[in-house]
Design a protein around this ligand. Structure first.
Ligand SMILES: Cc1cc2nc3c(=O)[nH]c(=O)nc-3n(C[C@H](O)[C@H](O)[C@H](O)COP(=O)(O)OP(=O)(O)OC[C@H]3O[C@@H](n4cnc5c(N)ncnc54)[C@H](O)[C@@H]3O)c2cc1C
Length: 587
């Protein structure tokens, strides 16, 4: 099934919810111009559709193959990766100082959506490499930066994130990998890691592992974790003491190698400290925040691909006579109201997930780029608030939309022939890795909402309410109940937030309410951002705009409000009164 990147939709969302058009006009987006942005998106769309998408099925069927410590990706992938990285795509938002394009993160988010829709297993490698480059820029020593950043930014080498061990998944305090300091200032790393994405492959000559490990005298728990850079090939050209011991057989993303890694079986892998001793988790969070944004974006990307495929199928499959059809034979299934509802649900959920991701990317850009320190601090808080919502709400949407895509295909969706099943299988990991969605919800409630003195949640809710009021007052018939429902969703979120604050002492109830609260936040944010986009679409139409994206955006916003966000009041009730079973309930 072909993929065509929805360039106009991505651009409209970036411009209106991500405020990119305004930032370009005001000179807040560096050297980026309107024309340059258009050229980048068109060229990325061409590469994604022309080079990456055709490899998606083959990647699923062939997968990554393990053979005695080596891992081979499907034939052809090394050449495609070389062409992709030589075109500069790895460094879209990485610093120009180290060879990147130095563009806003919003542009990287747009291009990453396209790589991921086209071929998620391929795009996962760059997600980790870019996150590692970010971590080194912020926390690496000058020497490490000079030695590794140019090749990581260009994509000549890739990077990994080594957190997980068999006994330490969500709970990193249980890590056992050790780091022994050496007289020459390096460390010897010993231990086993599992589930390491792109831990070994044949795309590049070197792989740079960022590894969490404990020093001999480290304090217990997460306060005693340090971060180390451990290259597969050492600066003198020798192989480091680390190997891949196996590749997992798994539900989806078959061509993304999920590796077991052994460090130090011959005495210790050579590593260099990144940041300060025992402060490794803070450094790793730099990497994880981007990876979390991109994981939410994987939800958007798979949802988009699944929608395109389901629509194409619904326009060719004939079954049953649609009510009111003038034809004698069976109708195309796209004419049945239930199928149209399913297709609109897919499209509106995808649009909602995309606008939330673009709102978060704008906050990240403001946090890094704003000259006003107070504005940058507030943007950083907003980015912190939105990161778990993007990660969890958007990845859940990816699974939901891919599942509806299978439904639209009927039996042909359940068998592998059409490719609809691959989207569902690929999407299913996204609520699990990068911190499970349950852990994201706990992060949102315990660290972001209940943070003492923080007002970012109130500011965000006030924005959501204001965008809803503007939509309600716009007097646009095509909006239906968009405005009032957006205001209701903001009120429901406010009520649930106040309730969380009032019940801080009751940790068990709070933790039990975290996931429905995150979903409520996602719905309120989604409908508010869509209302903002729909208002912008209306203004452009009044100025004579006729592009399809304008009508589509208004239709998506209305549908999402009247069919999804309308449930916000109920979700707020679930947060405040949903009964969580007591510990003794399961025998
Ligand atoms: C395909 C794939 C790729 C991966 N890539 C990488 C990678 O590149 N690098 C890396 O380091 N790791 C990677 N991982 C590991 C991944 O990040 C972990 O699987 C994930 O963090 C969850 O850990 P776990 O599997 O041990 O589950 P567990 O931590 O055992 O969790 C099991 C369940 O319990 C819940 N739970 C756990 N603790 C709590 C709590 N305190 N409160 C409430 N609920 C809780 C979880 O939400 C989950 O539902 C990958 C995994 C897979 C499958």
């Amino acid at each position: 099934m072909d993929y065509a990147a929805p360039v106009d939709t991505i651009r409209f969302s970036l411009d209106t919810v991500g405020d990119l058009a305004e930032d370009i006009r005001a000179g807040r987006a560096g050297d980026l111009s309107e024309d340059m942005l258009s050229a980048i998106l068109v060229e990325a769309a061409r590469f994604a559709a022309g080079e990456l998408a055709p490899q998606n099925r083959a990647g699923d069927k062939l997968g990554a193959r393990f053979d005695a410590g080596r891992v081979r990706l499907p034939s052809g992938w090394p050449a495609i990766y070389k062409a992709w990285s030589e075109a500069g795509w790895n460094g879209v938002d990485l610093p120009a100082e180290w060879g990147g394009m130095g563009l806003p993160t919003r542009v990287a988010v747009a291009t990453m959506e396209m790589w991921t829709s086209a071929n998620m297993a391929f795009a996962l490698g760059p997600v980790l490499t870019q996150g590692a480059a970010d971590a080194l820029v912020l926390h690496g020593s000058d020497d490490l930066k000079a030695r590794y950043l140019p090749k990581l930014v260009s994509g000549e080498w890739t990077a990994t994130m080594n957190l997980t061990e068999p006994q330490a998944g969500s709970d990193l305090g249980l890590l056992r990998t050790r780091a022994e300091p050496q007289a020459d200032g390096t460390y010897r790393i010993t231990g086993n890691k599992i589930f390491i994405t792109y831990g070994e492959h044949d795309l590049t000559d070197n792989i740079i592992h960022l590894v969490l490990a404990k020093l001999p005298d480290a304090p217990p728990g997460t306060k005693g974790i340090s971060l180390f850079l451990v290259p597969k090939v050492l600066p003198d050209g020798a192989r480091n003491d680390l190997i891949c011991t196996g590749v997992e057989h798994k539900l989806g993303i078959h061509a993304s190698p999920t590796c077991s890694m052994a460090f130090g079986e011959k005495g210790g892998a050579v590593g260099w400290l990144v940041g300060q001793e025992n402060r490794g988790l803070a450094c790793m969070f730099t990497m994880m925040n981007k990876a979390r944004l991109f994981t939410g974006l994987q939800g958007v990307a798979i949802a988009e691909r699944a929608y395109q495929q389901a629509l194409a199928f619904a326009r060719t499959r004939k079954q049953g006579r649609a009510a009111g059809s003038s034809l004698s034979g069976p109708s195309l299934i796209v004419e049945h109201p239930d199928v149209r509802r399913n297709l609109m649900t897919m499209r509106a959920l995808t649009s909602a997930a995309r606008v939330i991701a673009h709102l978060a990317a704008k906050a990240i850009d403001d946090a890094h780029g704003s000259a006003d320190r107070e504005a940058a601090r507030k943007a950083d808080e907003l980015a912190g608030l939105l990161t778990p919502i993007v990660k969890a709400y958007c990845s859940d949407i990816g699974c939901e939309v891919a599942s509806i895509g299978i439904q639209i295909h009927g039996g042909m969706g359940y068998v592998e022939e059409t490719g609809a099943a691959q989207h569902f299988r690929d999407a299913r990991i996204t609520p699990i890795y990068e911190g499970t969605n349950g852990i994201q919800a706990i992060d949102l409630v315990m660290r972001k909402i209940l943070r003492p003195g923080g007002t970012v949640t109130e500011v965000a809710i006030a924005d959501f309410r204001r965008w809803g009021q503007a939509a309600a007052q716009a007097g646009v018939a095509d909006f239906g109940d968009l405005g009032p429902i957006t205001v209701e969703a903001a009120e429901a979120l406010k009520e649930a937030t106040d309730w969380l604050r009032a019940h801080q002492a009751d940790q068990d109830r709070l933790l039990g309410a975290a996931s429905p609260y995150l979903r409520l936040f996602g719905q309120a944010a989604g409908v508010a951002c869509l209302a903002k986009a729909a208002l912008a679409a209306t203004w452009r139409k009044k100025e004579g705009g006729t592009a399809m994206v304008l009508s589509d955006m208004i239709a998506d916003a209305r549908f999402y409000a009247e069919n999804v966000a309308v449930g916000s009041a109920g979700l707020s009730r679930v947060v405040m009164r949903g009964h969580v079973q007591s510990r003794g309930a399961f025998r």
